[in-house]
Design a protein around this ligand. Structure first.
Ligand SMILES: *Cc1c(COP(=O)(O)O)cnc(C)c1O
Length: 466
């Protein structure tokens, strides 16, 4: 399989190139040249198979000969058997007639990002050691992504990871999930500033060409193709459990950067019989407004109960747009320029009618989110985290055929957001056993001032890259 940039400015790339590069050099995102397809017979063969076998089968066409199948097998086993706490990996829990929750919080940091990042860290390590290279990963976090990235890289021999968080502005659970990791290649920086300051310093480090080259800087952010690929697996796993390829399934996905729901779209392109793909957004509803109006227009971010979806731009949407416009990469480049210059772009009705056939989008404000959490808890005893509640709320609005299974993705464990859960249902969820002693663990963190040279000196002094 070869990969192309959504903006058309780069020659075909291999899987491993795309893995290490992340973003294409023309600013676009990598997508596979064509979608692999699975026949009904092939899907039937996978029904009932262990998660790691489904992982192997679903990802094989995307990886081709770039990485040996037995290496992938080891990576999937180390990840999903070694690091995940549930033997089903992504179990389904029934909360109503044909209504299911897919629990994606059984990884080390209790959010769905572990499902892809744990694979990504190991892929990086494998490819880097084959090439005899070493990278320094730098990233900024407001909470969730940083801990998942640190957990993913802590055992990697060829990676040093530096994560900046705004001192005193993450929740205590989030901070401790990052700072209690004791590994020589993991470096937590508590910055005297806010999240934007952290992000600006990371950008400045990437823009410093000499520093970037000296340190061999890299990123594991959400536009990396391999993250999307690893997320396709659980859509297959869930649909096969619920009767695919014979029966169709609908998915409701709480959406921020459009990575998770795009993986569902990819699964559908590969032949998985998905009826409806339902996007849930909170009050930061740029996607829902796009599906209503045909115009993508950014606005100020307003903090909500579901902070991992508080975003202005859904970066991965560009990948879907490229398919929608028949892979007309020149038009994508123009639309993205317009978005950068004028803060918006619009799509014609002929395309919008197809987009509305392929996705449904609904918003759910904080009040509705709490209501959904309360209703679900009172009727079933099941505790939803606020992100999951947004997705389920959207899913229940769209549901027209109750004989089709609806699967709502539980993207985080409720104990990650104890304040929101308490305000909705009046009780605080406990952390699962493997994190129960989180508050007793020793923290490893360095406080630094909001100054580029100071942070760069720290990275130089502590990375093993040079
Ligand atoms: C990252 C995240 C999301 C948003 O996922 P996208 O792939 O960015 O759309 C939703 N919920 C939780 C809990 C998350 O951590």
């Amino acid at each position: 399989m070869k990969y192309r940039s959504t903006r058309g400015g780069e020659a075909a790339q291999s899987f491993t190139d795309v893995l290490l590069k992340g973003l294409a050099s023309d600013g676009g995102l990598f997508i596979p040249e064509e979608w692999p397809s699975f026949s009904a017979e092939e899907m039937k063969m996978l029904a009932g198979a262990p998660y790691i076998d489904i992982a192997q089968a679903v990802t094989a066409p995307f990886i081709g000969n770039d990485i040996a199948p037995d290496v992938m097998k080891r990576i999937f086993a180390e990840t999903y058997q070694g690091e995940f706490k549930h033997s089903c990996v992504a179990p389904l829990v029934q909360i109503g007639p044909n209504v299911w929750i897919m629990e994606l919080f059984h990884g080390p940091t209790l959010a769905f990002k572990d499902y892809a990042l744990q694979v990504l860290g190991r892929l990086f390590d494998h490819v880097l050691s084959e090439r005899g290279e070493r990278v320094t990963i730098v990233g900024a976090t407001s909470g969730d992504t940083g801990s998942a990235a640190i957990e993913a890289c802590k055992g990697c021999k060829n990676i040093d990871i530096f994560i900046l968080h705004p001192e005193g502005r993450t929740s205590e659970v989030q901070r401790r999930q990052m700072t209690t990791i004791d590994a020589p290649n993991v470096h937590n920086i508590a910055l005297d500033g806010n999240f934007d300051d952290c992000q600006n310093l990371v950008k400045a480090m990437f823009n410093d060409t000499k520093f970037r080259g000296d340190m061999n800087l890299s990123a594991v952010n959400s536009i990396n193709w391999a993250r999307i690929m690893a997320q396709i697996i659980y859509y297959f796993s869930a649909a096969l459990s619920l009767g695919a390829p014979t029966r169709k399934v609908s998915f409701a996905v709480p959406t921020g950067n459009f990575g998770n729901v795009y993986a569902a779209y990819a699964a559908r392109q590969m032949g998985l019989p998905i009826k409806r793909l339902i996007i849930g957004s909170n009050q930061n509803d740029i996607l829902t407004r796009f599906f209503e109006t045909g115009t993508m227009k950014g606005e100020e971010v307003a903090p909500s109960l579901s902070p991992s979806m508080d975003i202005q731009i859904s970066s991965n949407f560009e990948r879907y747009l490229c398919d929608l416009l028949g892979r007309d990469t020149a038009s994508i480049a123009k639309l993205m320029d317009a978005f950068k210059d004028q803060g918006k772009f619009s799509i014609g009705d002929e395309y919008m009618s197809q987009a509305r056939r392929e996705f449904d989008a609904h918003r759910c404000d904080d009040e509705q989110t709490k209501q959904m959490m309360a209703v679900c808890y009172n009727e079933t005893g099941y505790v939803l985290d606020p992100h999951t509640a947004v997705g389920l709320c959207a899913g229940m609005q769209v549901r027209e055929d109750p004989s089709i299974s609806l699967v709502a993705l539980a993207c985080a464990h409720p104990a990650k957001f104890p304040d929101a859960v308490q305000s909705a249902i009046g009780m605080r969820p406990d952390l699962p056993p493997h994190l129960a002693d989180l508050y007793d663990r020793k923290e490893h963190v360095t406080s630094l001032s909001n100054d580029l040279a100071t942070v760069q000196d720290f990275v130089r002094a502590n990375a093993g890259a040079v």
